[in-house]
Design a protein around this ligand. Structure first.
Ligand SMILES: *Cc1c(COP(=O)(O)O)cnc(C)c1O
Length: 396
């Protein structure tokens, strides 16, 4: 095994050589006077990716899960009511985290494959006339089902009844790959991590914190220590860190932001859409179905695909790994055994996507799926051939 094949899991994602090189550094002193040159522009430039001018960016050693925990513990108190919908494994795990922090969690149960139901959020918010609900949570891109939700619709539901709750959004598998607008959508806590759209190794939680959320730290009673926003923000303000930062991830993040800005965020989003479209066309050519129930919900970073009746998706992903050395995402939670996932975010090109489509076709053929070799590849080829410009492929 050469380890040279790309991965098609929806995170951690493929790391471009430029970012591997950027993370491969000699130990560097985070208390040296030049650390300011790395940290300060980094925190400023991250705001452009979150699309916030008024928010503060906080990074912690950790992963997305640490970002969830930080967003909750810094801004809420045990017993606080929070409203959240469950439509996949990641929204489920965030709910579990809230419950274990002794929040009073109102769960809107949804079918997996659907997205955050703005209308049902609206009903709960309208009924909450004495404003007991302190936080409204949603997962922008549900990585288990390949569903993107309309966060702006939830913000509008909140504003329609002048509800003062804060809006918490998991954008771990969407930020830097699909459009995300922290200020415009009135997001108070936006949680992300280093290993998806930023194309880096796992190891950092990256959180956007609104002014309102920062103010909530004053009164929030949940215990926190390592993940304290105010301690981090105060240290960062003078280019310091309250403990040892993962400097190689910070130098990697610098290079990642440079790559994203050189390509242009809008072009990054357009590339993700195009690559995802090619994959969706292949899925349809195979006669298979996406978990996402309607096109408006299709994620441009991950596709979850039901295998035909009588087949086990875990057998398929194991076979692809064992025979072709290629990883695809397994079905999670309710999807276990029923669906596999193709991650197509971060460092991804048409050529890489075609290799993934071809590899999973071979694996399906080996296992006697009713799929014709080349059927998915050819429709994706046709689509990419017509939609790729030379400039786009160079930038990716
Ligand atoms: C990957 C991911 C997370 C975070 O998981 P970690 O493994 O802790 O980084 C959270 N939410 C979503 C939607 C994700 O895709």
């Amino acid at each position: 095994m050469t380890g040279q094949n790309p991965v098609f899991i929806p995170g951690p994602t493929n790391i471009p050589d430029r970012l591997r090189t950027a993370m491969n550094i000699q130990t560097s002193d985070h208390r040296a006077p030049d650390f300011v040159n790395l940290l300060t522009p980094l925190l400023r430039d991250l705001k452009k990716v979150f699309k916030t001018e008024t928010g503060t960016i906080i990074t912690f050693p950790g992963s997305g899960t640490g970002g969830w925990e930080a967003s909750i513990t810094n801004t809420l108190s045990p017993g606080d009511k929070v409203l959240v919908a469950r439509y996949g494994m990641f929204s489920h795990k965030w709910i579990d985290l809230c419950q274990r922090h002794k929040l009073d969690v109102i769960v809107i149960e949804c079918d997996w494959g659907t997205g955050a139901p703005a209308q049902r959020y609206a009903e709960h918010l309208a009924a909450d006339s004495d404003h007991q609900i302190k936080a409204v949570l949603a997962t922008h891109n549900e990585t288990a089902t390949g569903v993107r939700s309309d966060i702006n619709a939830i913000r509008k539901a909140m504003d329609a009844v002048n509800h003062p709750a804060m809006l918490y959004v998991d954008c771990v598998s969407s930020l830097a790959s699909m459009d995300f607008r922290m200020d415009e959508w009135g997001v108070d806590l936006a949680v992300s991590g280093s290993q998806k759209g930023f194309m880096l190794t796992t190891g950092m939680a990256i959180v956007g914190v609104s002014e309102k959320a920062m103010a909530a730290c004053e009164t929030a009673q949940c215990p926190r220590c390592y993940f304290d926003f105010r301690i981090m923000a105060n240290a960062n303000a003078s280019a310091g860190f309250p403990y040892t930062p993962p400097v190689p991830l910070l130098t990697g993040l610098r290079a990642s932001l440079d790559m994203l800005f050189e390509e242009g965020l809008d072009k990054v989003f357009a590339r993700h859409f195009r690559i995802a479209e090619g994959i969706r066309k292949a899925v349809h050519a195979w006669g298979m179905k996406l978990c996402a129930v309607s096109p408006d919900l299709y994620s441009d970073t991950v596709s979850a695909i039901y295998v035909p009746e009588g087949f086990d998706s875990d057998v398929l992903t194991n076979h692809a790994f064992n025979k072709y050395s290629v990883s695809f995402g397994v079905g999670l939670g309710e999807m276990a055994g029923k669906a596999f996932r193709i991650g197509h975010l971060g460092s991804m090109t048409d050529v890489m996507a075609l290799s993934g489509i071809a590899a999973i076709e071979m694996a399906m053929k080996d296992l006697d799926y009713p799929v014709e070799l080349g059927s998915g590849v050819s429709v994706a080829q046709e689509y990419y051939r017509k939609t790729t410009s030379i400039a786009q492929s160079r930038a990716a």
